[in-house]
Ligand binder design. Structure first.
Ligand SMILES: [Zn+2]
Length: 201
């Protein structure tokens, strides 16, 4: 059975955010575990997303691409709804949930009226990332747990040679977690998820 589309939501309002541009805020108290809104937009292939943003400024992280799976990317820059304005947070009060190849934003704790919604974008790292990639995706979420970047893992994995020593300690955290939550916010040649393992959590 198809899940009904959730283009709008009585739970939220869009207004300017201290974190970045516009943000999404609770219009009233939202209980934990509430499905707030669907992340909508043009559903396209990775190849189409790449072509569409080929000329995108690499220093601008502001696009609205969300990887659903190996086949599909949602471009909320086209036919998108308010979900595209939900900012990244390293310690967010929401998470993205993929169901029937669609993306829904759900609360992971109670959100009081007026509080901003956020979830962890967990943007995957890639070999061809520009050297200033952490600058481009710098995080200013303000959480005490802020890791300073929207990318995951927080640090660039060490080069292979030196990494061998630390293999055991690195492995758990270094494994790319995403797919589920990584919006492709951004990069000029958006390839997130194509090369990185994206089995989700
Ligand atoms: Zn942060």
């Amino acid at each position: 059975m198809a899940i009904p589309e959730m283009r709008t939501s009585p739970w939220i309002k869009v207004r300017n955010s201290k974190i970045h541009g516009k943000g999404v805020f609770a219009a009233k108290r939202i209980p934990k575990g509430t499905r707030v809104i669907e992340y909508l937009g043009d559903r396209i292939s990775h190849a189409e997303a790449d072509a569409r943003y080929e000329d995108h400024d690499p220093n601008d992280n502001h696009t609205f691409l969300f990887i659903v799976d190996k086949k599909t990317v949602i471009d909320a820059g086209v036919k998108g709804n308010a979900a595209r304005f939900i900012n990244h947070s390293c310690d967010g009060n929401c998470e993205s949930v993929i169901e029937q190849s669609r993306v829904f934003i759900e609360t992971t704790r109670v959100i009081e009226a007026g509080q901003e919604l956020g979830y962890d974008y967990e943007i995957g790292r890639e070999k061809d990332d520009p050297p200033n990639v952490d600058e481009i995706f710098a995080c200013r979420c303000g959480s005490p747990k802020c890791r300073g970047t929207m990318l995951w893992p927080a640090k660039r994995p060490a080069p292979k040679k030196s990494a061998s020593k630390k293999k055991a300690t690195r492995s758990a955290k270094a494994a790319p977690r995403t797919a589920k939550t990584a919006p492709r916010k951004g990069k000029s040649a958006p390839r997130k998820g194509k090369s990185a393992p994206r089995q989700g959590r």
